[in-house]
Design a protein around this ligand. Structure first.
Ligand SMILES: C[S@@+](CC[C@H](N)C(=O)[O-])C[C@H]1O[C@@H](n2cnc3c(N)ncnc32)[C@H](O)[C@@H]1O
Length: 188
């Protein structure tokens, strides 16, 4: 497959990264100045699939950095690249998850660093409470940073506890069941 980085391409998403990771090979054509001559793209499209891909709504001077971004995201999905093949399933934007939420904050070791402690629940060993805390933090971060993801979510993706958390965060279901910001909620 030929991947043509261009600001006018389809948005590069985790879903597209998964699709590209399933291809046996990829060829990239980073460009400079005005980009790749259309005839080159049309010529290669007669021989192989061509995807024009944008890494975001901004314009870089050249496509090399875009190729690095795409390669980083695709390569870590290939078998053997990550130590734990399951770990990318919990990432932000992981396709197949019921709701596409951002990952919440991450804590590692030690339990205390410069007087700052890891939240007690994460040290409790209680897997159910830890999972709930992570989910609440994911909802908190997604509503703050990417409200569009919540608005697009299938409401069936939210369980009772999710709904309680969304209500605390100032969100409520609209007539179609999808969640939106509650206009009456008081901004903090
Ligand atoms: C200066 S840009 C060309 C911009 C082009 N005139 C336009 O407005 O769409 C030069 C090259 O940088 C790369 N590039 C710039 N922004 C990009 C983006 N958001 N995503 C992917 N590639 C990008 C592409 O390879 C592009 O051909």
């Amino acid at each position: 497959m030929l991947v043509v980085p261009t600001p006018s391409g389809r948005p590069f998403t985790q879903e597209l990264a998964v699709e590209l990771s399933e291809r046996p090979w990829l060829v990239f054509t980073p460009a400079r100045y005005e980009g790749i001559d259309r005839r080159v793209i049309d010529e290669y499209a007669t021989r192989m699939p061509v995807y024009e891909v944008s890494i975001g709504d901004y314009v870089l001077a050249g496509g090399e950095a875009a190729v690095l971004v795409i390669t980083e995201a695709v390569a870590r999905l290939l078998p053997g690249v990550l130590g734990n093949a399951e770990s990318h399933r919990d990432d932000s934007f992981a396709p197949g998850a019921m709701a596409s939420l951002l990952e919440g904050p991450v804590y590692t070791k030690p339990p205390e660093w410069r007087g700052r402690e890891i939240p007690d629940v994460l040290l409790s060993g209680h897997h159910g409470k830890i999972a709930r805390w992570r989910r609440d933090e994911a909802l908190r971060r997604t509503t703050a940073n990417r409200p569009d993801l919540i608005e697009r979510c299938d409401p069936a993706a939210f369980d009772k506890k999710d709904r309680e958390m969304l209500s605390i965060l100032g969100w409520r279901p609209g007539p179609d069941g999808r969640f939106g910001r509650n206009p009456e909620a008081v901004e903090e």
